[in-house]
Design a protein around this ligand. Structure first.
Ligand code: GLY
Length: 371
């Protein structure tokens, strides 16, 4: 398989997303042209370190690059003030300078945290994303959103800080537990649903083999997803308009994640899949799309054994008003109005700024009653 390259066109801050097999082993050669001196600082988590850090270290050494590394605990709770301080102070201890480069090796938690640390370190140092989860490869490593969670909510503290390069190694996906792969698939599906009906058709046919491990299909799906995100980000870097489409399913998802404690009961990508199904259901009830759209989406999720409805979330959930209250905390609330991404059909999403709360309450009440 060859390596694909997707450009993210942002003027002086443009960069490439390279997608293909063996990129972690060859990261040294890929990164070396960006360096002013032959050393990098690598931040990862303990799980990813066990799986991939030795390969990365060998590749860096083969390219003549020295490195130091820090492995943080794995898991969403790492993405907070405490580990941001630890990571940033460690980078200072390593004497990382303005012209050096930091490598973030891991999933979305590491990419967001290390990217934010790089954004604030010496008022900004460059960083390279080496995403190892499907979710990070198709979404969080591209586009420059970095940040941490606080007691008040997810991703409420952060900065736009674009990476200098993204290396998405398709081989890393082979080490993911099935549940994590499927959670990342929720974000892949999102691209078809929001703007590319032909990609959704392709996924309906190819997803079973892709989930089973076909690396060529995985590379194709990552490339199509990244290309769509790169286009949107280059037109609307700071989410003044079109970029909000990438939040399809996320208003529901964030409320569900908050209700379930951001943990094992519901992974982010699982919440995105359920949230997309609810967003299409809401669109149908508002008369925007035919019943076929939510039905087809649900059938696809079910065929892969994915969480599809609120009844697939174990344990108690708040009532409809409790979930609506959690949505009101969301970053996507504008002037107190609920903002949703709705759809006129598969591949035809748009931003709706003033969705009637009663319609949302109705969708949630019925979904909760079916549990
Ligand atoms: N994950 C949504 C975005 O990057 O805008």
């Amino acid at each position: 398989m060859t390596v694909d390259s997707v450009p993210v066109a942002l003027g002086a801050r443009s960069y490439e997303v390279r997608i293909g097999p063996g990129l972690i082993d060859r990261a040294g050669a890929q990164i070396a042209p960006l360096l002013r001196r032959p050393r990098v600082a690598v931040v990862t988590d303990e799980t990813v370190a066990g799986l991939h850090l030795a390969r990365l270290a060998d590749g860096l050494a083969a390219a003549g690059l020295a490195h130091t590394s820090l492995a943080l605990p794995a898991g969403e709770s790492t993405k907070g003030w405490a580990h941001l301080a630890r990571c940033t102070e460690w980078l200072l201890d390593q004497k990382v300078e303005r012209r050096d480069l930091v490598v973030a090796l891991g999933g979305g938690v590491i990419g967001d945290l290390v990217g934010f640390s790089a954004a604030i370190l010496r008022r900004g140092v460059r960083f390279v994303q080496v995403p190892t989860s499907l979710l990070a490869q198709v979404d969080s490593s591209v586009g420059g959103k970095t940040g941490i969670n606080t007691a008040q909510g997810k991703n409420l503290v952060g900065a736009f800080h674009q990476p200098s390069l993204v290396l998405a190694d398709i081989d890393a996906l082979a080490t993911l537990p099935r549940r994590d792969f499927l959670a990342g698939y929720g974000e892949v599906l999102k691209y078809g649903l929001l703007g590319d009906a032909a990609f959704f058709d392709w996924l309906e046919v190819n997803a079973p083999r892709m989930v089973a491990g076909d690396a060529g299909l995985r590379q194709h799906a990552v490339r199509v997803s990244v290309a769509m995100k790169a286009g949107i980000v280059s037109r609307d870097e700071t989410e003044e308009g079109e970029r909000a489409l990438l939040n399809l399913g996320h208003t529901f998802c964030h409320a569900l994640e908050s209700a379930t404690g951001y943990g094992d009961r519901l992974l982010h990508g699982e919440g995105v899949a359920i949230g997309c199904a609810l967003a299409f259901e809401l669109s149908q009830r508002l008369g925007l799309c035919a019943q076929e759209a939510p039905s087809r989406l649900r059938a696809h999720l079910r065929s892969l054994g994915m969480k599809t409805d609120l009844r697939d979330i174990p344990g108690d959930l708040p009532g409809a008003d409790g979930l609506l209250g959690l949505m009101a905390q969301d970053k996507k609330v504008v002037d107190g109005r609920l903002r949703f991404i709705l759809a006129r059909g598969i591949g035809q999403a748009f931003v709706a700024d003033d969705v009637p709360p009663d319609a949302v309450r109705g969708v949630l009440t019925d979904a909760l009653a079916a549990r």
